[in-house]
Design a binder for this molecule. Structure first.
Ligand SMILES: Cc1cc2nc3c(=O)[nH]c(=O)nc-3n(C[C@H](O)[C@H](O)[C@H](O)COP(=O)(O)OP(=O)(O)OC[C@H]3O[C@@H](n4cnc5c(N)ncnc54)[C@H](O)[C@@H]3O)c2cc1C
Length: 295
C-alpha cells in the first residue's frame, strides 16, 4: 500500500531541523533510516503531514569516548555499531546487540536514534540501554536535556521525547576492569524481533566478587525493563555459576508479558529466566577471561 501524501523537508543543518520541528510539532515526523517509519506509513498507522529527513545531516554519526563514557550520535547505523573497534574494546554489549538486529540491509540503514525513538517493545537496543543505565540526549530550540534510559521508554512506541525534540546522542559507560557482557535473544527465525531478549553486564574484582551488574530485558512487556531483583542478587556475591542460577530465577519477578501468536505470557516468563541465565553465564565467562588475561 502507498503511504498517504506528505511534504518532505530536508534540512541542511541541525539548527534548521530543530526550527522545523518547533514549527510543525505533532504534524511532523522525523525520518532517519526509514526502516520503521516507512512500513508504518505504508500500513497507514502513521500519516504525518510533514516528513523531516535528517539522514543527510552532518555530525550526527559518530562513536567516541569522552570522560569515561562512550558517546554515540543518533544517526550511527546498527552496522557501524556492530563493527566499532572502540565498542569491541570498551562496551561490546552494544556491538553484540546491534549484530542481532534484523538482517544486513536493516543494519546498514537503521539508526540507533531511530530505533530508540521508535520504542518497539521487542526491539533489541532498549534491553542494553537498561543494562547499561544509558543516557539519551534530546535537543530542541529550547535547549538540551539528558534523559535516563529508565525514564525514556514510556510505553509501546512511546517515549519521553517531545514533538519538537530530536534525539541527538546516546551515552553509555566505557567499561573498565574485569568486565563481561552478553546479549541473548530468543527467536524462532534468524531475523525476527525478540520473543525475549536479555542484555547483561557484570564486573568482578580480583577477589572474585561481583561488584557491578546490569541486566535489561526486552519483549516481556510494554517497554524494556531493568531486572533490579537479579542485579541485587548478584552484587557482592561470589562470581560463580551458583550465584548466576540463583539470581536469574528472579528475572521473571514483576513481569507480565503479553501472549501473542508467537508465544504465551507463561512461556515468555519462563524464557526470561533461561535467557538471563545464559546471558549472565556468558558475561561471567568473559569477565573471568579478562581477569586471567591480566593476572
Ligand atoms: C525487516 C526488518 C527487520 C527488523 N528487525 C529488527 C530487529 O530484529 N530488532 C530491532 O530492534 N529492530 C528491528 N527492525 C527495526 C530497525 O532496527 C529500524 O531500523 C529501527 O527501529 C528504526 O531506525 P530508523 O533509523 O530506520 O528509524 P526511522 O524508521 O527513520 O524512524 C523510526 C521512528 O523514530 C523517529 N526518529 C528517527 N530518528 C529520530 C531522532 N534522531 N530523533 C527523534 N525521532 C527520531 C521517527 O520519527 C519514527 O517515528 C527491523 C526492521 C525491519 C524493516
Amino acid at each position: 500500500m502507498y503511504p498517504p501524501r506528505f511534504s518532505l523537508i530536508v534540512p541542511s543543518t541541525l539548527d534548521e531541523a530543530l526550527e522545523i520541528l518547533s514549527k510543525y510539532g505533532e504534524n511532523a515526523k522525523v525520518l532517519a533510516g526509514g526502516h520503521s517509519l516507512i512500513p508504518l506509513m505504508k500500513l497507514r498507522l502513521a500519516s504525518p503531514k510533514y516528513i523531516v529527513y535528517i539522514g543527510k545531516l552532518q555530525g550526527l554519526s559518530y562513536i567516541r569516548e569522552e570522560a569515561g563514557r562512550i558517546h554515540i550520535g543518533a544517526l550511527t547505523t546498527h552496522a557501524t555499531i556492530e563493527s566499532s573497534d572502540l565498542l569491541a574494546k570498551r562496551n561490546p554489549l552494544l556491538s553484540e546487540t546491534a549484530s542481532r538486529i534484523g538482517d544486513l540491509q536493516v543494519r546498514n540503514m537503521g539508526t540507533i536514534g531511530g530505533s530508540l525513538a521508535h520504542a518497539d517493545p521487542a526491539a533489541d537496543y532498549p534491553a542494553a540501554m537498561m543494562a547499561l543505565n544509558a543516557e539519551i540526549v534530546a535537543k530542541s530550540i529550547r535547549g538540551e536535556r539528558v534523559i535516563k534510559a529508565s525514564d525514556f521508554f514510556k510505553g509501546p512506541f512511546t517515549t519521553a521525547l517531545r514533538s519538537d525534540e530530536l534525539l541527538v546522542e546516546v551515552r553509555i559507560p566505557a567499561l573498565n576492569g574485569f568486565f563481561g557482557t552478553a546479549y541473548e535473544k530468543l527467536v524462532f527465525r534468524a531475523m525476527d524481533f525478540a520473543i525475549v531478549g536479555v542484555a547483561a553486564m557484570l564486573e568482578i574484582d580480583k577477589t572474585g566478587t561481583i561488584v557491578k551488574a546490569g541486566v535489561g530485558l526486552t519483549g516481556v512487556g510494554s517497554t524494556a525493563v531493568r531486572a533490579k531483583g537479579v542485579e541485587e542478587e548478584l552484587i557482592g556475591k561470589p562470581a560463580s555459576i551458583d550465584t548466576i542460577v540463583k539470581a536469574s530465577a528472579r528475572a521473571s519477578e514483576n513481569l507480565n508479558p503479553p501472549s501473542d501468536i508467537r508465544a504465551s505470557s507463561e512461556y515468555r516468563r519462563a524464557m526470561a529466566v533461561v535467557m538471563t541465565r545464559r546471558a549472565l553465564s556468558r558475561a561471567l565467562e568473559a569477565a573471568k577471561a579478562r581477569m586471567k588475561g591480566q593476572g
